[in-house]
Design a protein. Structure first.
Length: 442
């Protein structure tokens, strides 16, 4: 074959190769659609209508482990289920529950019992708090995860005197008494029981009272005189935090009954205020007066509950503004920021209503100074007041739910004001920083 013939042969071969149809291939079959989960595929009886929660868990707004939490539900609660949704490797099957939200199927088990649960936090008859609370009395107090860890002599976490804990009974290990707490097993000898305040305000729904009114200051009795003068005859003394009716004010004196006068500085007047602008006529809301340390809950313009509070000791730590209760928690932990001068770590604070990142209305089980500024920024309430307002605040939590996030358009309004800001602006929640681990004021 000469050189020209070889070149032509190679050219034709190449042309043939380029023009040849591609080899026949079989397209891969489309993946089969996942089988919709059913009670049977979960190993549940086919007629299952209710499930029991086996582990305290967050309820999600959507069937996704990264979805925002709707609330929290405690172990042992029984709920109706409404749908099953296929998930991913983190949670293969999601269960839609009543009244709302999703739980992963791995924290649920079928039950033949009807839906139900225990109102949170559980409270013994006549008790002021949901359990016993304690102060840690010495630095470096050990707390062990459980009895087994203690017997193995595992390294404990060490608690400081800035820590307060909730107890859940005692146990004896190695001849020593320990208290079961939210921090673990703590030697009973290193804990001091805390006595909650028995103070309570007035529920005006149950017993309407004359208006306006005042409380005697919390630190001493009020001296009642026959005239508005320091040298007037003393008629009697009214005990600390007693309720008195305000007839009129004359300079630095308040008349609490005909011919009975008290120095204004010895009282905490409850001053009625109109609702914030834009609030529906009969909407519930709360008004907090920083100057006098009083709280009034209203239904529209009608006061329904009144009491004394303790707000932030330092100016600005309880910021003025019109807020909303964006979350409710039956109990929550509260701790100082790492760089705060005054450290604290208080366990399982009950009846908490969050109105701003890290700031709550809540029960304070560690002091009895309601009517004086005392807190790090939260609005402290005596236990019975905190419980009453928590139960009054919407929405009501279903039995067994210990937390719920509240949409802004459904959230209870809270106004915090002082003499310089009688009509503060509405807080813009769009400006609030994303949640950080951890630190809540008290």
């Amino acid at each position: 074959m000469n050189r020209a013939t070889l070149a032509l042969t190679l050219t034709l071969a190449a042309s043939t190769a380029l023009a040849a149809p591609p080899p026949t291939t079989t397209a891969p079959a489309a993946p089969a659609a996942p089988t919709a989960p059913t009670p049977t595929t979960l190993g549940w009886p086919a007629d299952t209508t209710a499930v029991s929660v086996t582990r305290t868990s967050h309820v999600r707004v959507a069937p996704d482990a990264k979805a925002a939490p709707l609330g929290k539900i405690v172990a042992g609660t029984r709920v109706a289920w409404t749908a099953l949704v296929a998930g991913d490797r983190r949670c293969p099957v999601w269960v839609a529950i009543a009244p709302a939200g999703y739980l992963c199927a791995d924290v649920l088990t079928p039950t033949t019992e009807p839906p139900g649960g225990v109102a949170q936090p559980p409270l013994a008859p006549g008790a002021l708090l949901p359990g016993d609370y304690f102060d840690v009395v010495a630095d470096d107090t050990p707390a062990y995860r459980d009895a087994t860890a203690l017997e193995r002599d595992d390294p404990p976490i060490l608690l400081s005197t800035h820590v307060m804990v909730r107890g859940r009974g005692e146990v004896e290990v190695g001849g020593m008494d320990y208290v079961r707490t939210n921090k673990g097993l703590v030697p009973a000898s290193e804990l001091r029981p805390l006595a909650p305040s028995g103070f309570v305000g007035l529920d005006l729904r149950a017993a309407p009272a004359p208006w306006p009114m005042a409380f005697v200051a919390p630190d001493h009795p009020a001296v009642v005189r026959a005239a508005p003068a320091r040298d007037a005859a003393v008629l009697e003394q009214r005990p600390a935090r007693a309720v008195v009716w305000v007839k009129q004010r004359a300079g630095d004196w308040i008349e609490i009954a005909a011919g009975a006068w008290v120095r204004a500085r010895e009282l905490r007047p409850v001053i009625a205020a109109p609702p914030p602008a834009g609030l529906a006529a009969d909407a519930p809301w709360i008004d907090i007066d920083l100057e006098h340390q009083t709280l009034v809950a209203y239904q529209g313009a009608r006061p329904v509950y009144v009491t004394l509070v303790s707000t932030g000791r330092k100016a600005g730590t309880t910021p003025v503004g019109v807020y909303r209760v964006v979350a409710k928690a039956a109990t929550t932990g509260m701790a100082a920021e790492a760089d705060e001068r005054n450290q604290y770590d208080v366990g399982e604070v009950p009846w908490a209503l969050r109105w701003k990142r890290g700031l709550y209305l809540h029960a304070a089980y560690w002091h009895d100074r309601f009517g004086d500024k005392k807190s790090h920024g939260c609005v402290n309430l005596a236990p019975r007041d905190a419980r009453a307002l928590y139960e009054w605040a919407t929405p009501a939590l279903p039995p067994g739910w210990s937390e719920v996030e509240v949409p802004l358009d459904q959230a209870l309004v809270v106004r915090i004001r002082d003499a310089a800001h009688p009509d503060p602006p509405w807080f813009d929640y769009a400006t609030e920083r994303p949640a950080k681990k951890a630190r809540r004021k008290r």
